[in-house]
Design a protein around this ligand. Structure first.
Ligand code: NAD
Ligand code: TYD
Length: 351
C-alpha cells in the first residue's frame, strides 16, 4: 500500500488526478492537503469523498506544523505537489501570494519530506517528491522551435517566475541532499473542473451566458493544449518510472492560437447547444502585460524514456470538455458564486 500526499487536490488538475488514481489503483491511499482557496472546490471530489483510501485535510502547504504532523501521522511514500496560485492575470495584480504559496509552500513540503524520509546520510528507499511544474518557466518562443528539458529557464510573469523558483529549489534538494525528486513541466491543460478564469472554461461560460468573449491583444498568442487526463497519466508514469533527479516535459503537440480556440468553442456551442451564440461575441481587449507569445513542448524524452503517449486528441478533448460544462451548469454557478463554501460547511464540518 503506497501512501500519496497530494497537495492542491481540490483544484482542477489535482482533483482529476486524485480521481484518476483512486479509480486505477486499489492498493494506494491518498491524503489531499488543500487550503481551499477560490480555486479549490470539494465538489470536485464528490465521487471519492467516502472512499476508504481517501482523506481530506484542510490546510496550507506553508503551515510547517501541519505539514510535519501529516508526515508524523502517516508513512508518506510520494508527495505530488499541485498546490499553487495558478493564474497569470492574478499574479500580475497580486504577486506576493504567488511567492508565498508557490515558493515558500514548496520549501515547507520539501523540508518536511526530507526530515521524514532521512535514513542516516541518505533517504529511505521508494520515496519520491514530484513537483508539478509548467512549461511557462521556459519563457516564450517565437514562431518556431520547442521547449526541451534543457531550454534555459526564462520566466516572465510573477506566476511563472514563482514556479521557476520552486523548480530550482526542488532541483537543489536533489543536487545538495540527493533527495529523491522529479519535476514535470506540462503545457496548458484543459478539461472538466477547470476554474472559469482560464481561457477555455471562461469562453464556454461566457458563451452559455451570452457574454462578450475577451481576446487579449491580437489573439494570435499560441498555447499547446493537453487534455487533463493525459497529464494525470504522465504524472503517474513519472512517479512510478521517472529517473530520480530528472525533469520531464509533458505535452501533446496541440498548438492553437487563442482565436482558433475561441472560434472552436463558439462554433460547437452554436451548432450543438444554442444557435444564438455566434462569433459576434468576440471582442478584442487590451493585451495582458508581458504576454508570452508562444508555448510549445517537445515531449520526446517522456515518450522515449518512459513510454508516455497522449491519448485524447484536441478534437475529442474539446468536445468532452464543452459537453461537461454544458451538463454541469450548477457546478459553474457554484464556483462563480462561492456557493461551494456552503457545500464545504455541510459535508466537512469539523475537519
Ligand atoms: P488550480 O488553481 O485549479 O488549483 C490549485 C489548488 O491549490 C486549489 O485547490 C487551491 O485551493 C490549492 N492551494 C492554493 N494555495 C494553497 C496553499 N497555500 N496550500 C494548500 N493548497 C493550496 O490549479 P491547477 O490548474 O489545477 O494547477 C495545479 C498545478 O499544476 C499548479 O502547480 C500549476 O502550476 C501546475 N500546472 C498547471 C497547468 C494548467 O494548465 N492549469 C499546466 C501546467 C502545470
Ligand atoms: P490562460 O488560460 O490564462 O493560460 P496561460 O496564460 O497560463 O497560458 O490564458 C491562455 C491564453 O489565452 C493566453 O494567451 C491569454 C489568453 N486569454 C485571453 O485572450 N482572454 C482571456 O479572457 C483569458 C483568460 C486568456
Amino acid at each position: 500500500m503506497k501512501t500519496y500526499l497530494v497537495t492542491g487536490g481540490a483544484g482542477f488538475i489535482g482533483s482529476n488526478f486524485v480521481k484518476y488514481m483512486l479509480e486505477k489503483y486499489d492498493d494506494i491511499s491518498i491524503i489531499n492537503l488543500d487550503k481551499l482557496t477560490y480555486a479549490g472546490n470539494l465538489e470536485n471530489l464528490d465521487s471519492v469523498k467516502d472512499d476508504k483510501n481517501y482523506t481530506f485535510v484542510h490546510g496550507d502547504i506553508c503551515d510547517s506544523t501541519l505539514v510535519e504532523k501529516i508526515f508524523a501521522d502517516h508513512d508518506i511514500d510520494y508527495v505530488v505537489n499541485f498546490a499553487a496560485e495558478s493564474h497569470v492575470d492574478r499574479s500580475i495584480r497580486e504577486p506576493e501570494v504567488f511567492v508565498k504559496t508557490n515558493i515558500l509552500g514548496t520549501v515547507t513540503l520539501l523540508n518536511a519530506a526530507k526530515n521524514a524520509w532521512a535514513d542516516g546520510d541518505s533517504f529511505k528507499s521508494g520515496k519520491k517528491f514530484l513537483q508539478v511544474a509548467t512549461d511557462e518557466v521556459y519563457g516564450a518562443l517565437g514562431s518556431t522551435g520547442f521547449f526541451t528539458e534543457t531550454t534555459p529557464l526564462n520566466p516572465h510573469s510573477p506566476y511563472s517566475a514563482s514556479k521557476a523558483s520552486a523548480d530550482l529549489v526542488v532541483k537543489s534538494y536533489y543536487d545538495t541532499y540527493k533527495m529523491p525528486i522529479n519535476i514535470t513541466r506540462c503545457s496548458n491543460n484543459y478539461g472538466p473542473y477547470q476554474f472559469p478564469e482560464k481561457l477555455i472554461p471562461l469562453m464556454i461560460n461566457n458563451c452559455l451566458n451570452h457574454k462578450k468573449l475577451p481576446i487579449y491583444g491580437d489573439g494570435l498568442n499560441v498555447r499547446d493544449w493537453l487534455y487533463v487526463e493525459d497529464h494525470c497519466k504522465a504524472i503517474d508514469i513519472v512517479i512510478n518510472k521517472g529517473v530520480l533527479g530528472e525533469v520531464y516535459n509533458v505535452g501533446g503537440h496541440n498548438e492553437r492560437t487563442n482565436i482558433q480556440i475561441i472560434e472552436t468553442v463558439i462554433d460547437y456551442i452554436n451548432k450543438n447547444v444554442d444557435s444564438s451564440v455566434d462569433r459576434s461575441l468576440m471582442e478584442f481587449v487590451e493585451d495582458r502585460k508581458g504576454h508570452d507569445r508562444r508555448y510549445a513542448i517537445d515531449p520526446a524524452k517522456i515518450k522515449a524514456e518512459l513510454g508516455w503517449e497522449p491519448e485524447t486528441c484536441f478534437e475529442d478533448g474539446i468536445v468532452l470538455t464543452i459537453e461537461w460544462y454544458v451538463k454541469n451548469k450548477k457546478w459553474m454557478e457554484n464556483v462563480t458564486s462561492g456557493a461551494y463554501q456552503n457545500y464545504y460547511n455541510e459535508y466537512y464540518k469539523g475537519i
